[in-house]
Write a protein that binds this ligand. Structure first.
Ligand SMILES: *Cc1c(COP(=O)(O)O)cnc(C)c1O
Length: 248
């Protein structure tokens, strides 16, 4: 033992963050891409605000949650633990329209916009807050694409994406930044990511503001980076298994 490698949560997170960054760097090298093009989003669902604070101390600034209530609570806790820290919160989970009013209070970006009614509800919630002087600008959003039309993971079917993208792009309360997908876990992922990449290029031609492709998680970030992902959403590889974390 040299005494330099402790076993505290901070040390654990530092090691896993180094490992994830190394994976991203290797994937970028293999794809001949600049690692600065790929953002790391830490998916902190089920993990405590103290873990987020530790990741802030290690230099991360972008965090994602998949539930409105948990996200709102954690964002508040983190603001108290690390006042003044530059943090951006991303909502990446399925969102019901009736949560639009609460999600816009804490999320800097909603990546999981998958229907016109949800987009409209978010726009109304933003407009309300602007009217009351509680915010000044639009909400960053991404359109979530369903690559296999499995309703369980949410997302807009591929053939309806151009219409939804156009609608979001002309909504002044929303600022469309990109596309997001949760790829199926089964085989054929490479083909799925290739199709996603083509869709992304196609959407970009008509909507130059669409610059982000949020794809890739702990298990498939290399494939996603190979196919143009600009934002990988990593939970397990950074923070550990969620079953363990959520067991009471
Ligand atoms: C949980 C989650 C992730 C992270 O998944 P891991 O496999 O733990 O890295 C990414 N995206 C979404 C939408 C999620 O819900």
């Amino acid at each position: 033992m040299t005494g330099t490698e402790g076993t505290s949560r901070l040390d654990q997170l530092r090691r896993s963050l180094d490992a994830v960054r190394a994976r991203i760097a290797a994937a970028c090298a293999a794809a001949d891409r600049d690692p600065a093009e790929v953002r790391l989003l830490a998916v902190t669902k089920t993990f405590p605000a103290t873990d987020v604070a530790a990741l802030i101390d290690l230099g991360l600034s972008d965090f994602a949650e998949n539930k409105d209530q948990e996200g709102g609570r954690k964002a508040g806790e983190v603001a108290r633990l690390r006042p003044g820290a530059e943090v951006r919160w991303h909502m990446v989970g399925r969102l019901q329209r009736n949560k639009a009013r609460t999600v816009v209070r804490w999320a800097d970006e909603v990546q999981s916009v998958d229907s016109a009614p949800l987009a409209d509800a978010l726009a109304r919630a933003v407009a309300n807050r602007i009217e009351r002087g509680e915010r000044s600008g639009p909400l960053d959003v991404q359109v979530q694409v369903s690559m296999d039309a499995d309703p369980a993971r949410g997302g807009c079917p591929v053939d309806e994406v151009p219409e939804l993208v156009a609608r979001v792009d002309r909504t002044s309360e929303l600022r469309l930044t990109g596309l997001m997908t949760v790829a199926p876990i089964d085989s054929g992922q490479d083909a799925t990511f290739a199709r996603l990449e083509r869709l992304f290029q196609q959407v970009r031609r008509d909507h130059p503001g669409v610059v982000e492709l949020s794809a890739g998680m702990s298990g498939d970030l290399e494939r996603a980076v190979a196919h143009g992902s600009t934002c990988v959403r990593v939970g397990t590889a950074l923070l550990g298994g969620r079953e363990l974390a959520s067991r009471k």
